[in-house]
Design a protein around this ligand. Structure first.
Ligand code: HOZ
Length: 427
């Protein structure tokens, strides 16, 4: 595979951007390689500066559920651009998008649109603290909620990938109210609530963890958290940046039938453009300014171009209901990978839900961050590099999830399965 143009771009990038990228995982550091510079994307494919094409399983880290550059979305964006790029005023489109989110996700009665998942997480925490009058929050080891100071505690995704789950630059006083527990360990959470009675404002988690690799909640875990929160007057916050509109149109909360008090959404609701949102029970959201005293603001919040893309995306997802098909495709890939690994005697654990999937090179079932950290990273690196050379673009870290779109064809799946077999053979 020719990579000379990407190499040139990477050295140029490193002169002007830290690590040559604008978000750490992209740098391919954990796969001991250099990033490819992408020029464009269409459907299931990414194209790089050297003219290589790849079947994409990142999907811009989640939102490309319909595939890249869907003409129905790009044409709405073009129309929106003609009307102006930013007003900093209310628009009808924002109401429509908020109505669509609230119709789709039953626990969400009111919504505040922001610009990213990180910003949504900050807003959700602030309103949870304002509403409850409490300061402490519980998060889970290996869950990631954006690069938010108070949440960079045992954080997954790039923070784990690069070995900095507790980042320098975050004063200890900013995280003194952040408690953390192992994912899938209800008893540990109960113990924290007993140690800090009436002090915990919220429990925040990815209902299906996707930033330490993909780890599903065990039976009763989410329900147990819900009951605990109800007993203790704690708000339950689901970060559905990855799972929202992806594992099901109504999110993981619908799949597992557990309703949070607040939900966090990211780029999915902007069709891939920079958008985020937090929303939930009316009485909580009415604390947000200007309805209430909890301040949060932003000029680009509810940006008309992002809103038009988001509305189109949600409309198509509702009409086409691609979830069963996405689930079938991710299961097909995982089954083929599992079978091939079994034949070769390579220990492998897989997980899939709707259009989201993942795997660990691990002897035992992966339930939490500690287990995820024990997966065989050397195997992952070899596998990743081999499949990339065969045109398959996976997330360049074992601590991420993979995403597939309705544009991925049967031929794409066949090519991927063949590359997976070569990837395992290279181990
Ligand atoms: N932390 C993001 C995925 N979990 C990666 C963001 C990016 O590099 O775009």
């Amino acid at each position: 595979m020719k990579i000379s143009e990407s190499k040139k771009l990477f050295s140029r990038a490193q002169e002007v951007m830290p690590g040559g990228v604008n978000s750490p995982v992209r740098a391919f550091k954990s796969v001991q390689s250099e990033p490819l510079f992408i020029t464009h994307a269409k459907g299931s494919r990414l194209f790089d500066a050297d003219g290589n094409s790849f079947i994409d399983y990142i999907g811009s880290w989640g939102p490309m559920i319909l595939g890249h550059a869907d003409p129905r979305i790009t044409s709405e964006i073009e129309k929106a651009v003609q009307k102006g790029t930013s007003f900093g005023t209310p628009t009808e489109g924002e109401i429509e998008l908020a109505e669509m989110i609230s119709d789709a996700v039953p626990s969400v009665e009111m919504v505040r649109l922001v610009n990213s998942g990180s910003e949504a997480a900050m807003g959700a925490l602030r309103v949870a603290r304002g509403f409850t009058g409490r300061d402490k929050i519980i998060k889970f080891e290996g869950c990631y909620h954006g690069s938010v100071d108070a949440l960079l505690v045992k954080a997954g995704s790039g923070a784990t990938t690069l070995g900095i789950p507790d980042s320098p630059g975050v004063p200890q006083s900013f995280t003194e109210h952040t408690l953390s527990a192992p994912f899938n360990d209800l008893d540990a959470v109960i113990e924290l609530t007993e140690n800090f009675p009436d002090e915990i404002a919220a429990i925040v988690l990815e209902p299906v963890a996707g930033n330490m690799g993909m780890i599903p909640p065990e039976h009763g875990f989410l329900q147990g958290l819900r009951e605990l929160c109800d007993r203790e007057g704690i708000l339950l916050i689901f970060d559905e940046v990855m799972t929202g509109f992806r594992v099901d149109f109504s999110g993981a909360q619908a799949l597992f039938q557990v309703m949070p008090d607040l939900s966090i959404f990211g780029k999915v609701i902007g069709g891939g453009l920079p958008v985020g949102a937090y929303g939930g029970r009316r009485e909580i959201m009415l604390q947000v300014a200007p309805a209430g005293p909890v301040y949060q603001a932003g000029t680009l919040s509810g940006n008309p171009i992002a809103v038009s893309a988001g509305k189109t995306m949600l409309k198509i997802l509702k009409e086409e209901d691609p979830y069963a098909d996405l689930g079938r495709k991710t299961a097909t890939l995982n089954e083929a990978l599992s079978d091939a690994a079994k034949k070769k005697g390579i220990p492998l654990e897989t997980c899939s839900m709707g259009g989201m999937f993942g795997f660990f090179f691990s002897e035992k079932k992966v339930r939490n961050y500690e287990d995820a950290l024990k997966c065989n990273r050397d195997y992952f690196i070899t596998f990743f590099r081999e499949v990339l050379s065969r045109g398959i673009y996976l997330a360049p870290s074992p601590f991420e999830s993979l995403f597939l779109s309705s544009s991925h064809s049967e031929a794409d799946l066949d090519q991927t399965i063949e590359a997976f077999q070569h990837g395992l053979a290279a181990i």
